[in-house]
Design a protein around this ligand. Structure first.
Ligand code: HSE
Length: 325
């Protein structure tokens, strides 16, 4: 029997609990949660059998802990924990798109400098295995364009406004209550959250760290009930579309609400669902869709990373550099 790997888990919020619930069903995995670090140790919570602490060093400096899983909201603290863990020789899994999207330059170095593996499937597209697909399958192909819906909350809000005539505010409150929206929902509705996810995909698809300052993001706050009604009378929908492509040798990224027709593969992607369409020179267009936000779907992506980690997988981007054509 394989030796049980010990996990140090940072964060026990929406995604942390989703991971915990998923892990209980994966009893065949040779990994167990040894310690959980939370900000507020006094809060009542599920997971009575777990050991909770509010001291990060109890996890980071514990030689018995092999794997750190970072699922906290604070991007600054997350970066520090991830870096310390990799330096300590521990493998790391994270879901922190803000931290990863903003730190790709350093993460690119970490992938090559440290022997320990760093995976982050849950940072993009919730339960859809898109980072793995882009890094593995599509990295050896010439990717022309990636287009999709990468923010579950903004798609949920626009869907409720379109299908059920909800107000923007009502739909946002519901997206927060369902655990789709960030603690700071401005990141969701402004398109910034989707920009972080696009930058991660760009890094794996093109082998380049794109500059976030060149991204253009437009909020869904300007989408009025009237605009949605007008689209509906034409048989169309307004969707939060994220696009990344190479134009004149440069990576161009945009996130903005756009009118889509019924023949568009993103037309039927509603509520918190996400979809990502990868267009390649040789094998054409491939679209993956599924739940893009929420506790259990995002927690399942963390489990997928854990399985890959246990099987010795690491990202290809760390092994080869593809130059932008
Ligand atoms: N707030 C994010 C979203 C969660 O709504 O898509 C998943 O990354």
């Amino acid at each position: 029997m394989n030796e049980q790997k010990k996990i140090g888990l940072f964060g026990f919020g929406t995604v942390g609990q989703g991971f915990y619930e998923n892990l209980k069903k994966h009893t065949h995995l040779s990994a167990v949660i040894a310690k959980v670090c939370v900000r507020r140790i006094d809060l009542p919570r599920i997971g009575h059998e777990l050991y909770f602490t509010d001291n990060p060093d109890e996890l980071l400096l514990d030689p018995e802990i092999d794997i750190i899983i970072e699922l906290i909201d604070d991007a600054v603290a997350a970066k520090q924990y991830v870096h310390t863990a990799l330096r300590e020789g521990k493998s790391v899994i994270s879901a922190n798109k803000k931290m990863i999207g903003e730190s790709l330059k350093e993460i690119d170095e970490w992938h090559t400098r440290y022997d320990a593996t760093f995976l982050y499937e849950a940072a993009v597209g919730g339960g859809i295995p898109i980072v793995h697909a882009v890094d593995g399958f599509f990295r050896d192909q010439e990717v022309l364009k990636i287009r999709g819906i990468l923010n579950g909350s903004s798609n949920y809000i626009l869907t409720q406004m379109q299908q059920n005539q909800w107000s923007f505010e009502q739909a946002l409150i519901d997206a927060q209550a369902k655990g789709f929206a960030e603690q700071n929902p401005t990141l969701d509705i402004s398109g910034v959250d989707a920009s972080y996810k696009l930058s991660i995909l760009a890094y794996h698809a093109f082998g380049e760290v794109p500059s976030l300052s060149s991204f253009s993001a437009e909020s869904i706050e300007n989408v009025t009930k009237e605009l949605i009604k007008k689209a509906k009378t034409k048989g169309k929908k307004i969707k939060p579309i994220a696009t990344i492509e190479i134009v004149d040798g440069k990576i161009v990224c945009t996130v903005k609400p756009q009118l889509v027709s019924p023949n568009d593969e993103l037309f039927s992607v509603d509520f918190e669902n996400n979809a990502i369409s990868v267009e390649t020179l040789i094998s054409g267009k491939h679209t993956a869709a599924g739940k893009g936000a929420g506790s259990l779907p995002t927690g399942s992506a963390v489990i997928e990373d854990l399985k890959r980690l246990l099987s010795g997988y690491s990202y290809q981007v760390s092994k080869s550099k593809k130059t932008v054509a």
